[in-house]
Each structure stands twice: as C-alpha cells, then as structure tokens.
Write a protein that binds this ligand. Structure first.
Ligand code: ADP
Ligand code: ASP
Ligand code: MG
Length: 311
C-alpha cells in the first residue's frame, strides 16, 4: 500500500452526509455550517448526500401499495413526501432559488405519481423500476442542498451520480465498473473543483452503461462516497452522521457505548461486515489502496474528533 505523490498542490476533502444529517431544514443548516467552516481550508470540496431520513423507505412503500391497488395509500405518501420537501425548502430558501427548486420538487412528485399509477395498472414492479423510484430521495436532496449552499454564497452544483457511477445491471445492489466510473468522475467533477464549485452528488445511485438508473444497496451512500473518493484520489473523506463516531456498540442499544478514536481499515471493515450500521460494509474497500483516511463525525457535534480510520 504505497501512498502515491499527487500532482495536486491543494488538498481535496469529500464530505458525506447521511439521512439524519440532511433530514430537516435545521439539519441541512448544521451540515452546511460544516462546509462553510471547512471551505477555506481545502483546495476543493465534494459533497455526497443521502435522502432525508425515512424517505427511501416511504418511496419503496409507494409501488408496493400500487400493486395492491391502494391508490389512497400511495397518493397519501406521495403528498406527504412532497409537503415535507417543500416545507424544508421554504424554511431554507427565502428568496433566491426558491421557485426553481419548488418546481423541480413538484415535477419529480408528479412523475412519481404517474409511475405508481402505471404500476397499479400493470400490477407489478421490477427491480429496475424500484431503482428509479428509490433514487428520488437523493435526487431531491442534492438539488435542495446545493440551492441552499448557493443561497449562502457558496458556489455549488447538484450532480446526479447516474452520470458518474457506472454499474452493472444488478438492480438494487449494483456493482460499480471502476474504470468507467473514474473516467466520468474526472471528466465531470474535476472541472467544477478547479473552478471552485462544490459538486453536491447524489449518494446511493448509479446507472448502467445504457443510462438506466441503478442503486448500490440500502445504506449505499457511504459506498458512493468512497467510490468517488478513490476515483478523485481525495486527501480525506469525512462521513458525517448522527453519532459521535464509530462506537464500541450501537449506542441506540448499548447505553454506555464509547467512541473508538482510531481504527485500522480491516478492523472497520470487519465491524461493518458484522453489522455496525454506521458504515455500509463496502465503504472501506475503495479507499484502502490509495490510503485515504476516513473520519466518522457527528454533524450535530462536529467539534468532537470522532473516529479516524486509516492504514
Ligand atoms: P447515516 O444516515 O448517517 O448513514 P445510519 O443510520 O446509516 O446513518 O448509521 C448511523 C447509526 O448507526 C447510528 O445512529 C447508530 O444507531 C448505528 N450504529 C450501529 N452500530 C454502531 C456503532 N458500532 N457505532 C456507531 N453507530 C452505530
Ligand atoms: N437513502 C438510501 C437508503 O436509505 C441510501 C443511504 O441513505 O445511504 O438506503
Ligand atoms: Mg448509513
């Protein structure tokens, strides 16, 4: 594992925010605060973002209800999700970007309603169709987060990872094709970074070579982050979540769980593999070869050191 000397003078940081970290207007403000604090310290920053917490589960319920001809249920879920997202943008974007973002959200939910109506008629949902539906939460949130950064005076652009992460066609658990993915990441993200623009990339999503949307498996935004980190050879990855770091046990179950300050890649892989939900089990593998350190920190308590995972 030889750390190669990079040509770049300035360091790049990739920051991934999980569902709770971007699950409300308040959370998005906290997350944005981290970006604002770090902005001047790095030569380039990339954000990878999840759907708001709970949204992917609700999206999955929609076609299931449609199969059972429960129009009321899926329409109610769709209306509820639309309202939730519109309320967040109303709280965040008082003037600039508001109309544009609202229209984007409304259009996406109209499409989802039409999609579920057709699932109801056909009476089935394919894994491919499910991926199109599941990807909506991340696509909405990347637009919202990017619009908010812009409103705060930070140059930013929402980027759909369907244009970056090229995968096989194993829908719902797709595997990235790394050579093609890295080529796309370099083509699309490096010019933004060189222009001082923060790409806000959808986690969880990819697409096949034919451009059909895929997803990387539940909780896969962590994996998206490390795939992009590997391709761009970033200097550090920060995984911002809702706990103070990787702990000795799941703190929602074990009250006196403690933060582990340092972990080796293989130790973290093993913990994730055996069920420590804090990181997706595939997160570590892409960053090992280039020896990219990964920090797990709490979006709501970022002054804590969290956990540093490295060789
Ligand atoms: P995110 O949405 O940020 O990706 P997740 O909900 O996927 O966050 O993962 C964070 C959750 O993982 C924590 O809230 C915690 O309950 C759970 N968890 C399970 N095992 C651990 C562990 N060993 N250390 C820390 N958190 C853990
Ligand atoms: N939103 C996706 C999920 O709930 C991916 C993620 O949050 O990492 O599984
Ligand atoms: Mg997660």
């Amino acid at each position: 594992m030889v750390k190669q000397e990079k040509q770049r003078e300035k360091k790049w940081l990739l920051v991934k925010f999980g569902g709770t970290s971007v699950g409300s207007a308040h959370a998005i403000q906290q997350a944005c605060q981290i970006i604002q604090t770090q902005h001047d310290q790095w030569g380039g920053m990339i954000v990878v973002i999840s759907a708001m917490s709970g949204v992917t589960n609700h999206l999955i319920e929609c076609p299931r209800a449609a199969i059972h001809h429960d129009t009321d249920l899926y329409s109610k879920i769709i209306n509820g999700l639309q309202e939730q997202h519109l309320n967040v943008v109303k709280d965040l974007l008082r003037t600039s970007n508001l109309d544009e973002t609202e229209l984007f959200i409304q259009h996406q939910f109209q499409t989802l309603q039409a999609f579920c109506d057709s699932v109801q008629v056909i009476g089935e949902i394919t894994a491919r169709g499910m991926d199109t539906i599941c990807s909506l939460g991340e696509r909405l949130n990347a637009q919202i987060f990017s619009a908010y950064l812009q409103a705060e005076g930070i140059s930013s652009k929402a980027v759909d990872a369907a244009n970056l992460i090229i995968t096989d066609d194993n829908h719902q658990n797709a595997r990235p094709l790394m050579a093609e993915t890295c080529q796309k990441c370099k083509e699309l993200l490096v010019p933004l970074l060189n222009d001082g623009i923060i790409p806000v990339v959808t986690g969880f999503i990819g697409s096949t070579r034919q451009g059909v949307i895929t997803t990387l498996g539940r909780g896969g935004s962590d994996y998206s982050a490390s795939i992009i980190a590997d391709c761009l050879e970033v200097d550090e990855v920060w995984n911002c979540t809702d706990v103070d770091g990787v702990m000795t046990a799941d703190p929602s179950i074990v009250e006196d769980a403690r933060v582990i300050p340092e972990l080796a890649y293989d130790e973290m892989s093993e913990m994730a593999y055996f069920g420590a939900k804090v990181l997706h089990p595939k997160t570590i593998q892409p960053i090992i070869e280039k020896d990219i350190p990964l920090r797990v920190i709490n979006t709501f308590n970022p002054e804590q050191a969290g956990t540093r995972i490295s060789s």
